[in-house]
Design a protein around this ligand. Structure first.
Ligand SMILES: [Zn+2]
Length: 323
């Protein structure tokens, strides 16, 4: 591959997430599990569905949950011709705002109408329940036109191990996209493949950025002068990670740090190892520990971590502008 070709690669950003839902949304989700839809009444008598903890108009705290209908009216919609993975239906459907009977606000959900010609603002729809319900918005599989030839009765509630209200939901987030590095970062990534760290200097302020983004954020000019930096520097700031989390490769506790390379004006983020976590300090001099040569690629993970060099610590005044 030509070294002038801009690097581009698929990138997946994914993290699992469990969140507490609070009393009001917990009641809503528990209701779905039981085959009913709950809204919440405001002090002026409106019913908000899905329910919220505070009235968005007045800020009043809301507590009066009320059951609304499982049928309602489409107030607006758009057609989804090519559903993506994990969307409510695997065939074309409508995204619609639906005002359930007895509610004054609308809920976003999918309508399984078959074709856009079967959709209309003002049409009546009803809930199609999921066969198995667990206390999630997906307990409503979708909505369907009220004219649909299906049985609208919810399936019997599943046999719950407990009658506990829903308190937690899993909301995994996943983004799949293609990352194009741009010319400056491509130059940096080609360098790092050869264990060379290439920054770029701003012609106006003289600052050296690494990894370079191709321009100086202060002066708004392109950085064109390449500067090769040593794989050594100082820890300017750091934190000790004590929390274990999904996908984590390191054993806790471990240290994440910002490392300011000698000659650079912006820090690199990395791990600090080969020293007890409680002996890491600001100003400590470190050097890169690289992966084996056969593992080198266009990625920052070429640097496994940073380790102390044993040199005297840098005085705070020498890096205070970079903290
Ligand atoms: Zn500048």
């Amino acid at each position: 591959m030509s070294t002038s070709e801009v690097l581009s690669a698929p990138l997946v950003l994914e993290y699992p997430f469990r969140r507490t839902v609070g009393v009001v949304q917990g009641a809503f989700l528990t209701g779905l599990r039981d085959g009913k839809v709950l809204g919440i009444r405001t002090t002026d008598g409106r019913v908000l569905c899905p329910p919220v903890e505070y009235d968005p108009a007045t800020g009043d705290e809301l507590t009066e949950l009320v059951e609304v209908g499982t049928g309602g009216v489409v107030t607006t919609w758009s057609w989804e011709p090519e559903p993506r993975a994990h969307q409510p239906l695997d065939r074309p459907f409508a995204w619609a705002l639906i005002r359930l009977d007895g509610a004054d606000t609308t809920m976003l959900h999918a309508v399984d109408a078959g074709s856009p010609e079967a959709m209309a603002t003002g049409m009546r729809v009803r809930v199609r329940w999921a066969d198995e319900r667990s206390g999630s918005i997906t307990d409503i599989a979708c909505f369907e036109p009220e004219s649909a030839d299906t049985d609208p009765t919810p399936p019997a509630p599943p046999e719950h191990p407990t009658d506990e209200p829903v308190k937690l939901i899993e909301t995994p987030a996943r983004l799949e996209y293609r990352f194009t590095a741009g010319q400056a970062t491509t130059r940096f990534l080609h360098g790092i493949t050869e264990k060379r760290i290439l920054g770029e200097r701003c012609g106006v302020c003289g600052k050296v950025y690494v990894p370079p983004r191709g321009s100086c954020p202060t002066d708004g000019v392109a950085t064109s002068e390449q500067v090769e930096l040593p794989a050594r520097g100082i820890v300017t700031t750091f934190c000790v990670v004590n929390l274990q989390f999904y996908g984590q490769a390191m054993e806790v506790p471990y240290v994440c740090a910002t490392v300011l390379l000698d000659g650079a004006d912006i820090g690199l983020f990395g791990l600090v190892q080969e020293i007890p976590f409680d002996q890491v300090r600001m100003g400590m001099r470190v050097e890169a520990v690289w992966v084996d040569d056969e593992e080198l690629g266009p990625t920052m993970t070429n640097i496994k971590w940073w380790k102390p060099t044993g040199e005297p610590d840098a005085p705070y005044e020498s890096f205070r502008e970079h903290v």
